[in-house]
Design a protein around this ligand. Structure first.
Ligand SMILES: O=C[C@H](O)COP(=O)(O)O
Length: 260
């Protein structure tokens, strides 16, 4: 066992509205979770969620961050602004941003640096597409995303998460099996050890994302190198998401017990 606290992150993407915000708040308020629970709503709802959830244990994250600090960059939101708004986490390099908004490893590297400089915890998303998987180059793709996305960054004593999201599993209903997810997470941990040494690598939480639901969450969370889940579709139903959070809480309690 290890000391990495399980973490569940909801990524609402471009979904939800006031109704989802209200029902989520009602579902979260006055609940205690052993696991860390994070919600990443669209930017416009970040402040509202923070206000409603200020006395709860729920953390708020953003779905993206600008690579720029300030200036004439219409539509952008800086790491400093997110920090000031009350965010604790920010997703970086989600595959939808990479495929639809031309983000790449180099821009992710700048964004991770911006987040770290601002004391936001970056969640760097990596993952192979179906063609890469079929061509059996998953490991090469991940190594490149990690080495280029983290190039030159000093992670000692910094908080960062890596989310492994196989693109073929996102929104398809076909999650990676717990065994395959574990194998890939173990490989990612191994790569992080090579880049940063055991001490730092063993503190980094690795999340799995891609068609996570209340049925498969427990089997994924029990894997030794899977420290959390990044949940898309299933996070839009507060009851469903709550069930996933409860699975993580059970896993956190088991972990705590075995660490005694
Ligand atoms: O950020 C979340 C992922 O893209 C997973 O989405 P999904 O749970 O709908 O497959």
């Amino acid at each position: 066992m290890n000391n990495r606290r399980p973490i569940i992150i909801a990524n609402w993407k471009l979904n939800g509205g006031i109704d989802l915000l209200c029902s989520s708040v009602v579902s979260f308020i006055r609940k205690h979770y052993e696991a860390e629970i994070v919600v990443c709503p669209p930017y416009i709802y970040i402040r509202d969620m923070l206000n409603f959830l200020q006395h709860s244990e729920i953390r708020i994250g953003s779905q993206n961050v600008s690579k720029f600090e300030s200036g004439a960059f219409t539509g952008e939101t800086s790491a400093q602004m997110l920090k000031e708004a009350g965010c604790k986490y920010c997703l970086i390099g989600h595959s939808e941003r990479r495929s639809m908004f031309r983000e790449n490893n180099a821009s992710c590297q700048i964004k991770v640096q911006r987040a770290l400089d601002t004391c936001l915890t970056p969640v760097l998303c990596i993952g192979e597409n179906n063609e890469e998987r079929e061509n059996q180059i998953t490991r090469d793709v991940l190594t490149r995303q990690l080495t280029e996305g983290l190039e030159g960054l000093d992670l000692k004593d910094k908080e960062i998460c890596i989310a492994y999201e196989p693109i073929w599993a996102i929104g398809t209903g076909k999650a990676a099996s717990p065994e395959i997810a574990q194998e890939v997470h173990h490989f990612i941990r191994h790569e992080l050890v090579a880049l940063y040494g055991e001490d730092t690598a063993n503190k980094i939480r690795l999340l799995y994302g891609g068609s996570v639901n209340k049925t498969n969450a427990a089997d994924l969370l029990v894997q030794p190198d899977i420290d959390g889940l990044l949940v898309g579709g299933a996070s839009l139903d507060p009851e469903h998401f709550e069930a996933i959070c409860q699975q993580a809480t059970i896993q956190a309690a088991l972990q705590e017990k075995s660490n005694l």
